[in-house]
Design a protein around this ligand. Structure first.
Ligand SMILES: [Zn+2]
Length: 67
């Protein structure tokens, strides 16, 4: 899985982004080809829950047990 929703852009992706630019879902700024949904500023500004990745946190537990 990509970390943070960012991945390395290829030439075809760069061309596609030039013709059909994407915008940040939070602030609406045009995204860099290496960004997918959020700009770096919004991504870094998101609040962190502080849970360890290898331990099931209360939110995951609630979603996993939801019927
Ligand atoms: Zn943004």
């Amino acid at each position: 899985m990509e970390s943070g929703g960012f991945k390395r852009p290829g030439l075809l992706r760069k061309l596609f982004e030039f013709v059909f630019p994407h915008y940040c879902k939070v602030c609406g700024h045009r995204l860099d080809p290496s960004e997918e949904q959020l700009c770096v500023t919004c991504f870094l500004g998101m609040p962190r829950l502080g849970y360890r990745a290898d331990v099931i946190n209360p939110t995951e537990r609630m979603l996993l047990t939801e019927k």
